[in-house]
Design a protein around this ligand. Structure first.
Ligand SMILES: [Zn+2]
Length: 76
């Protein structure tokens, strides 16, 4: 039964890593590729967001189009 405990710990660590990553990412703002407006999202939404390279499949609250890039906020 040791494998069950090990996989449980690994799964827990993976979940924790994703939450920490999302919380860190939520400090940044995102720029819409369609209308170039900036907006922020909560970390809970970021957990379920897929991304490739620098593009996140977030829906823009201004124009409703999908596809945003991460903006680094200095001092955030
Ligand atoms: Zn937009």
């Amino acid at each position: 039964m040791a494998w069950l405990i090990v996989s449980g710990i690994v799964l827990l660590a993976a979940v924790l890593a994703v939450i920490l990553w999302a919380r860190q990412l939520a400090k940044h703002s995102f720029r819409c590729k369609a209308c170039a407006k900036e907006f922020r999202v909560s970390w809970r939404r970021l957990i379920f967001t897929t991304h490739s390279y620098d593009e996140y499949s977030l829906r823009c609250p201004h124009c409703g189009s999908k596809g945003c890039t991460e903006q680094n906020v200095p001092g955030a």
